[in-house]
Structure formats: C-alpha cells, structure tokens
Design a protein around this ligand. Structure first.
Ligand code: CA
Length: 232
C-alpha cells in the first residue's frame, strides 16, 4: 500500500525534526520544506495528502501560503493543519477562513499531533464518501435527517428552527473541525434570515438547550469559534 504523504512547512529545525520523527514512525511519508515559497512550489510536485503549515515563516508566511494553495485547483483540496502559537488567535481565525482545516498550538505533544493528523485525514475520506447535502448524519446519540428536516436525540424528536438546524448540520457533519463564527454565518446564510456573528452565539445557546444532554457536544473554542466534539 502506498504511504500517506505529509508535507511539513516549518523553519525551526527542532520542530522539523520532532514532526518528521513522529510522522515517519507512524508510517507516513514526510517531506519537509522550510519556507513559504518552497511550500507553494513543492505542494504541486509532491501533492501531499495533508500539509502541516507553520504560520510564522520568513518571507511568505503561512497565511499567504494557505491562500495560494487554496486558490490553485491542483492543491485546493489538500487539508491544511496550521501550526501556531497560542497567542495567534486572530491568525488562527484568518487561516480557518482561508480554508485551513485545523490548527495545533505550539508546544504540542506527539500524541495530539497524531490525533489531529488522523482526524483531518478521516474527515477527508468521509467527505469523499458522502458529500450530498441531504445525507443522514448519525453521530453519538443524534440523528440528523436533512431531507425531512428532522433531528432525533436518543430516539426523541427535537424541534429546531431552520437556522439552528443548519448550524447543527454544519458542525455535526464534520466533527472535530473548528468553524469560526463567520464560517457559520456564511454556511447558514442563503435565506432571508439576517445572521450576524453575535447571533451565531445566540443560536448556539438555543441549540444546546434544545439538545439537552447532547448539547454538551457543541464545544466553544475560545477566541476562535465552535466545534462538534468528535466521536471517541
Ligand atoms: Ca516559525
């Protein structure tokens, strides 16, 4: 079987080594590059299955790299996990809105790194299997049926508004993925209901309340947005 390819974009040698060692030990094929320019040209050649992208790079930074990769049809579908410092919340939000899938804050443990890599790869294969908007989502004890606009929690019907339904469908459709408020607004938008980022918070409060015990699966990611807790 061909190995899964991961490209690491990182300019600090100790972190490069840490990433390479742990990824190779887990049978991934790894290519390390240390500048944004190199990342953009190598991505097209190497065509990795996943990219780990440092934000703070000399020259073209990670956000610029993300933007360019997402604008190129050859690389737009490659999932990107950003590597950031905890204090770079604004950059994390920007990166997610530019199309990055996830982020890991430094310093990180190999265990967290590998879990995030696996989750991102899993989401990709899941979205390849079923991208239909009316696909029934079953996660934990929740069943979401878009064609009938129905939600059940442990077998009981839960009545949601149109907007609440769309928010739940978005989050639960890609468990573990963090969505910014803007991304939620953008996904839910499309009817005449005015949705702002503050009203996203209000929707979430309402949604959690209606889901009861299952409401806890919708997690707040401070300073960034929301995500649906991944099934263990
Ligand atoms: Ca760096």
């Amino acid at each position: 079987m061909e190995k899964i390819k991961i490209m690491v974009v990182e300019d600090e040698a100790p972190i490069q080594e840490l990433l390479q060692f742990n990824l190779e030990r887990n049978k991934y094929r790894v290519k390390v590059v240390d500048s944004g320019e190199e990342a953009i040209s190598e991505a097209v050649q190497f065509l990795p299955d996943l990219i780990l992208l440092d934000i703070m790079l000399p020259g073209a930074d990670g956000l610029e790299v993300c933007k360019q990769l997402k604008a190129n049809p050859k690389t737009e579908r490659i999932p990107i996990i950003m590597l950031t410092a905890l204090c770079e919340e604004a950059d994390i939000v920007t990166g997610l809105e530019l199309g990055a899938d996830d982020y890991i804050t430094k310093p990180f443990s190999p265990r967290v790194l590998l879990a995030r890599v696996k989750a991102a790869l899993r989401r990709i294969s899941a979205s390849k299997r079923a991208s239909a908007a009316d696909e029934i989502v079953r996660i934990r004890d929740i069943v979401i049926d878009p064609s009938r606009h129905k939600v059940e929690v442990t077998g009981e019907d839960v009545v949601l508004t149109f907007t609440e339904f769309r928010v739940l469908q978005l989050l639960a459709g890609q468990p573990g993925r963090v969505f910014t408020r803007y991304q939620i607004v953008d996904a839910v938008h499309g009817d005449d209901y005015p949705v702002t980022d503050r009203s996203v918070d209000v929707q979430i409060v309402g949604l959690r309340k209606k889901l009861g015990e299952a409401g806890q699966y919708i997690e707040t990611v401070r300073g960034i947005g929301y995500r649906f807790k991944e099934d263990e």
